[in-house]
Design a protein around this ligand. Structure first.
Ligand code: ZN
Length: 124
């Protein structure tokens, strides 16, 4: 059984998949972030829209998310630091020309109505 896309030692079925299928709610900002990375890796744009805070959704169009998700090959995720509401990470990917890229972001999350949501990020 391969490890989950998010780099945990668990299988996808026992890690991010239940969140992507809305069978479970991500219990922390970090698990939500990890599941969103797995959503990028699997092209789960609906999940990415649903887990973006309502105030920010207008900046993240589903078509753009899907294109960004599909045009890159997602190699691995490295979580560098976490607090209750923030995650700093590096997402390694190959762009559409197969050049190695790193997306380095400090993301902020909010817990609202029993769900964690991605609010926004600072890029490095
Ligand atoms: Zn995972």
């Amino acid at each position: 059984m391969p490890d989950c896309y998010c780099g945990s030692s668990l299988s996808f079925e026992n890690c991010c998949e239940p969140y992507l299928k809305n069978q479970q709610k991500a219990p922390t900002a970090e698990t939500l972030m990890r599941s969103r990375y797995s959503a990028f890796a699997t092209g789960a744009a609906d999940y990415l829209v649903a887990t973006t805070h309502s105030s920010q959704r207008k900046f993240h169009k589903k078509g753009d998310i899907l294109e960004w998700s599909k045009s890159n090959h997602w190699v691995k995720l490295e979580v560098l630091a976490t607090t209750e509401t923030t995650v700093t990470f590096k997402a390694y990917y190959l762009d559409s020309e197969l050049k190695a890229q790193i997306h380095h972001e400090h993301s902020t999350f909010i817990f609202e109505n029993e769900n964690w949501y991605y609010v926004d990020g600072e890029y490095f």
